[in-house]
Design a protein around this ligand. Structure first.
Ligand SMILES: O=C(O)c1cc(C(=O)O)c2c(n1)C(=O)C(=O)c1cc(C(=O)O)[nH]c1-2
Length: 249
């Protein structure tokens, strides 16, 4: 028998409770004010790679959707990140954060210095959405169910603990608090409606687990490279590179 929608939703939420990256020790350091300026910079550089790939992931998704109604709803995700005539968009906001922590935004936008494991994980997410069923692709986006909590914690923790934090540098996260709930309410309902067999529920749950792994492994890579054992892989960002002041000199 197929578990009810309520049971299935509880299963998805349990995956978040156990595996979402709010539990990762790097976030404990970041939000608690225990990251050095270079560790914050490393996070901003690597996380940019995720941000810049999200609209490509959503475009890959839309390229496979035949239903215009679904495409119309989905396209606001791309606009949220890429911007519109009246909205600067998440990517620009992220680069404002980059500047606030002393990085040259052009360096960050070049994606040079991104950790190899960040690339592998994020590229795997884009490929997953391109290649798997639409149900699995939408289910993978449902980590966003758990994101508003971590964004609120991050705004509070960064404001308390770091001088660079202010309304301008943190505007990315404030905007996501407004944008994410509509996406996730739609995505959740869509997955609950379309996962109408036990097999489809299993596939959707596996997709969500895959996505929590994508997020977790990015932070593992960051922790290993810049916190402990602080072993930076060849070609990845070295502290001192890509700073704002290097532009003027
Ligand atoms: O800061 C975070 O922890 C976090 C997590 C996630 C997520 O759960 O995938 C997203 C975001 N932020 C985010 O800002 C964002 O735009 C976003 C889009 C997506 C997605 O899978 O389509 N996830 C996330």
């Amino acid at each position: 028998m197929t578990p009810s929608k309520e049971e299935f939703e509880a299963r998805l939420r349990q995956i978040g409770a156990e595996r979402y990256h709010d539990r990762h020790p790097f976030h404990g350091l970041l939000h608690g004010g225990d990251c050095t300026p270079d560790q914050v910079r490393a996070w901003v550089i690597n996380r940019y790679y995720y941000q810049h790939s999200i609209p490509m992931k959503d475009a890959a998704f839309m390229s496979r959707v035949e239903d215009p109604d679904l495409r119309r709803i989905w396209r606001s995700r791309i606009e949220d990140h890429d911007g519109t005539d009246t909205n600067e968009g998440g990517i620009r906001r992220w680069l404002r954060l980059a500047e606030a922590v002393g990085l040259d935004p052009d360096y960050v936008a070049s994606c040079e210095g991104v950790l190899p494991a960040t690339r592998f994980a994020v590229d795997a997410y884009v490929r997953f959405v391109r290649d798997k069923t639409l149900l699995e692709a939408v289910a993978a986006s449902l980590t966003e169910l758990f994101a508003p909590k971590i964004h609120a914690q991050r705004i509070e923790g960064l404001l308390q603990n770091y001088e660079f934090a202010d309304d301008s540098s943190l505007s990315y996260f404030r905007n996501r608090l407004k944008e994410a709930p509509k996406d996730v309410a739609f995505g959740l309902q869509w997955v609950l409606d379309h996962a109408d067999t036990a097999e489809k529920q299993d596939a959707a749950a596996a997709a969500l687990i895959f996505k929590t792994d994508v997020l977790w492994s990015q932070l593992d890579a960051l922790y290993g490279a810049y916190v402990d054992p602080a072993r930076i892989p060849p070609g990845a960002w070295q502290p001192g590179e890509g700073l704002m002041m290097q532009r003027a000199s």
